[in-house]
Write a protein that binds this ligand. Structure first.
Ligand SMILES: [Fe+2]
Length: 474
């Protein structure tokens, strides 16, 4: 039996978990779903089944639930399932929480050896499977149609370490690239780098040391380079042993950006140094050779410090929404003699969850999409507006679904396989507080300010979570 959840911002309103798994075969659709929009939007986010063990709860540590909205022949259907990790299954069998949702919290006696895996951050499709990902554990494989959990993937025993929730996909080769931090144990500065082929086989795995141990949420790839950004959300074993926070903002450290040739080894990583800042999510990056000089250009959503974590003294957690990320462009001169890099602001509308037409991963691109906040922050309700930025003209278009409505990360789907970059749809979810339900929305990227061309009513709300992806029907 689960019990009432405590009154905490990330456990109430639309951050609260939903306690139902269901199948809805034919949703009410307003407007017309495009006939050529055939596939599934998968989304992942924290959805703890049991309340926290103690007084603290971190949003990042609730067990994941997958929501799948399938669109085909102008019809929409919905299915949701918890990711059945060993942690989830053991707790469900016990009927109570065994693994805490606060960083560093002791587990219930008897659960010390339970593999830790919340699988709550992102869900990608690769090699015919869904991969439910957090960043501290192995990927969890699921069936793309039934959402049945098949278990953790250790790549045939070749790699059993952590996997970022933000792998990157080479649009030409179909390869998946990923890293894992703390790859040599808790608080280690070791980072692993892996390549997985289009069939799901691990073809490369290497390890290197970052300048310090930290929370490394995402990375970037270009056609020619891999970029490992290290920001001072540090993980310091001395501090932890003294009772300090596990992950903390430490501005005494620099930002370090490691750049490696895609075909080179980790020994060749070149480190660039910048002011302390934090980036959860880059948008895209690419390599240029203008004037015979090799440069890497990376567009990122930059914060002045890490949101959602305290300083090294355990104080001053910066809440979600207290500061919006700013879309900036960093340029790294690989033929230069210094380890500096330049920064220019791309847009004055801050936000989070940057996405783009991912057929252009690692290439020059023009169109970006993200979520922003235009109204005063309501408790338990973060982003309220979708943004489309044209990086060539600097123009932006926005769509705000209205009072009491809040948005999730927008996902781009091309109109057709051969459509020009940015020609297609944004698919995402809107939570409507007046109904306490969520809708799937489809926006036309010709002009997102016109509002949805179609909207499907889901049978439940989808809690504010993290990331999702579109998979074409096969
Ligand atoms: Fe993320």
């Amino acid at each position: 039996m689960s019990k009432p959840f405590p009154n905490k911002p990330v456990l109430k309103n639309n951050f609260a978990p939903v306690m139902v798994e269901c199948d809805a075969p034919d949703l009410i659709v307003h407007g017309e779903l495009p006939a050529n929009l055939a596939g599934t939007l998968y989304r992942n986010g924290p959805n703890p089944m049991f309340p926290p063990l103690g007084n603290h709860h971190h949003w990042f540590l609730g067990e994941g639930m997958i929501h799948a909205i399938n669109l085909e022949d102008g019809k929409a259907s919905y299915r949701n399932r918890w990711v059945r990790t060993e942690q989830y299954n053991a707790q469900r069998e016990a009927g109570e929480r065994l693994v805490g949702t606060a960083f560093g919290e002791p587990r219930k006696p008897g659960a010390e050896k339970l593999p830790n895996n919340v699988a709550n951050t992102n869900v990608v499709s690769h090699a015919g499977k869904l991969w439910a990902l957090d960043e501290g554990s192995s990927p969890v494989m699921m069936d793309m149609k039934t959402l049945e959990t098949e278990g953790a993937n250790n790549f045939g025993g070749k790699y059993q370490g952590p996997m970022t929730a933000h792998p990157k996909f080479d649009p030409k080769t179909g390869e998946m690239m990923f890293f894992g931090y703390m790859a040599d144990g808790p608080a280690s500065p070791d980072i692993s780098y892996q390549v997985v082929d289009a069939q799901g086989n691990l073809t490369r795995s290497e390890m290197f040391k970052a300048p310090y141990a930290s929370m490394v949420h995402d990375f970037i790839t270009t056609d020619e380079h891999v970029i490992f950004p290290i920001f001072p959300a540090t993980i310091d074993m001395d501090r932890i042993m003294k009772g300090g926070p596990m992950i903390a903002w430490d501005p005494s450290q620099s930002t370090w950006i490691g750049i490696m040739g895609r075909n080179d080894g980790v020994d060749s990583i070149r480190w660039f140094e910048g002011d302390p800042c934090y980036v959860y999510h880059p948008m895209n990056a690419y390599t240029t050779h203008e004037g015979g000089k090799t440069k890497v250009v990376a567009d990122v959503m930059k914060y002045s410090r890490v949101p959602l974590f305290p300083d090294v003294d355990g104080n001053k957690v910066m809440d979600l929404g207290a500061e919006l990320g700013q879309l900036v462009r960093w340029t790294f001169d690989l033929d230069g003699n210094t380890n500096d890099y330049t920064e220019t602001e791309l847009n004055d509308i801050g936000g989070e969850f940057p996405r783009f037409d991912e057929r252009f991963v690692g290439h020059e691109y023009r169109h970006g999409y993200y979520a922003t906040m235009t109204r005063p922050e309501a408790e338990g309700a973060p982003f309220d507006t979708f943004v489309h930025v044209d990086l060539k003209t600097g123009n932006t278009k926005t769509y705000e679904p209205g009072e009491g409505c809040f948005v999730h990360e927008p996902v781009f789907v091309p109109r057709t396989e051969k459509a020009e970059e940015g020609d297609g749809y944004l698919v995402s979810l809107v939570y409507d507080g007046s109904k306490n339900l969520s809708d799937l929305v489809v926006l036309d990227t010709d002009d997102i300010s016109q509002g949805p061309i179609a909207r499907a009513e889901l049978p439940t709300r989808v809690p504010f979570g993290f990331h999702g992806n579109w998979a074409d029907a096969v």
